[in-house]
Each structure stands twice: as structure tokens, then as C-alpha cells.
Design a protein around this ligand. Structure first.
Ligand SMILES: [Zn+2]
Length: 191
């Protein structure tokens, strides 16, 4: 598709969205005036099939979402999470992996090049010698869960007893979200 055609498509989409008189329109005005109070933080992959707001049927102002290929964590992501937990008072952080993840697949096939390598290196650190794509995806999620638990264990503004950090895998075919056992993840990481 040519660039101006793509831009037209984006513009038409935005116009349709602005003109729609639905729940989101009311929510847009309300949250613009009163501010946001999202109930959960979701760290998900940038994959265009993994849209947390749609997966959890959430509207504007309901989820604080961080999306990065392979749902990996670095300081920018941690800063975003810290902001939402400390200042917006979100009390649940969900690391959300997904089936058929290209970033996990790239890591399992030797890693990427260029900037992609930053992502695949982080995934390889999480998955170790695991070569099964689904198990590798779970390990990557649980690695993130363990990292968040470590980073936010003692925070002056985030009460750790109130903070729930969970992992889950979204199935891109069925649309189902499967929660992972936290204990399994922590044990795995200590090995
Ligand atoms: Zn992915």
C-alpha cells in the first residue's frame, strides 16, 4: 500500500472513531476532564494480534498498557510501570505473553540482528536451553514476573503487600488468556 493511501486509511479510521457516539466517546470526555485511573498494568507484545484493551474488553482509561516486541522489560518499561503503580495506584501488573510470538521464535532461531538483538538477547536470557516455543514463551513471561518482583520488592511509594504481579499467555487462535503459576516461575528462575 502506498504511503499516502496508508495515511488516508489512518485518517479515515480516526474520523470514524471520533464520530462514533458510543461508550468510548463518553469515556473520552470523562477521562479527559477527570484524569485516568486504570485498574491494571499490562505488559504485552507489540504483535498486532495482541491488543490488551480488546482482549480484556476494556475501554479508555481502564488499562495502563506497555507494548514492546517479546514483552521484554528494560528501564523505560520499568519507569512506565513505576509511574502507573506509584502515581496512578494500579495494584496489578500482568506480564502477557502470547502463542506464535515472532520475537520468541527469532530468539529460538539464533537471535536477531541490529536493534532486534536487544530483544532476542533478553528473551534468550529468560528461556535458557528451552526450545519448545510455548514453554519458551511461558519462561519469558515468568522471567518478567520475577524481575518485576525483584525490582519492586522494596519501593517507598508502592506497598509490596498490595501489589500483585502475575503472568499469563494469550492464545492468538482461541482468544483465551491462561494464567501461569507464579511459584513455578520463581523456582525456575532460581535454578
Ligand atoms: Zn510477540
Amino acid at each position: 500500500m502506498r504511503q499516502n493511501t496508508i495515511r488516508d486509511r489512518l485518517d479515515r479510521g480516526n474520523l470514524r472513531w471520533r464520530q462514533r457516539q458510543d461508550e468510548n466517546a463518553a469515556q473520552r470526555l470523562r477521562t479527559a476532564r477527570e484524569g485516568q485511573a486504570p485498574y491494571a498494568i499490562v505488559v504485552a507484545c507489540s504483535d498486532s494480534r495482541v491488543i490488551p484493551e480488546q482482549i480484556f474488553d476494556a475501554g479508555l482509561g481502564e488499562l495502563f498498557v506497555i507494548r514492546v516486541a517479546g514483552n521484554v522489560l528494560d528501564r523505560h518499561q520499568l519507569g512506565s510501570i513505576e509511574y502507573a503503580a506509584a502515581h496512578l495506584h494500579c495494584r496489578l501488573i500482568l506480564m502477557l505473553g502470547h502463542t506464535g510470538c515472532g520475537a520468541v521464535g527469532a530468539a529460538l532461531h539464533g537471535g536477531g540482528e541490529g536493534f532486534i538483538q536487544y530483544i532476542t538477547d533478553e528473551i534468550l536470557l529468560a528461556v535458557g536451553r528451552e526450545r519448545d516455543p510455548l514453554k519458551a514463551c511461558e519462561k519469558n513471561v515468568l522471567h518478567g514476573v520475577a524481575l518485576l518482583k525483584r525490582e519492586f520488592a522494596e519501593h517507598p511509594e508502592i506497598p509490596s503487600e498490595d501489589l500483585e504481579i502475575r503472568g499469563a499467555v494469550y492464545d492468538i487462535e482461541t482468544g483465551a488468556v491462561r494464567w501461569l503459576e507464579e511459584e513455578f516461575g520463581v523456582r525456575n528462575l532460581k535454578k
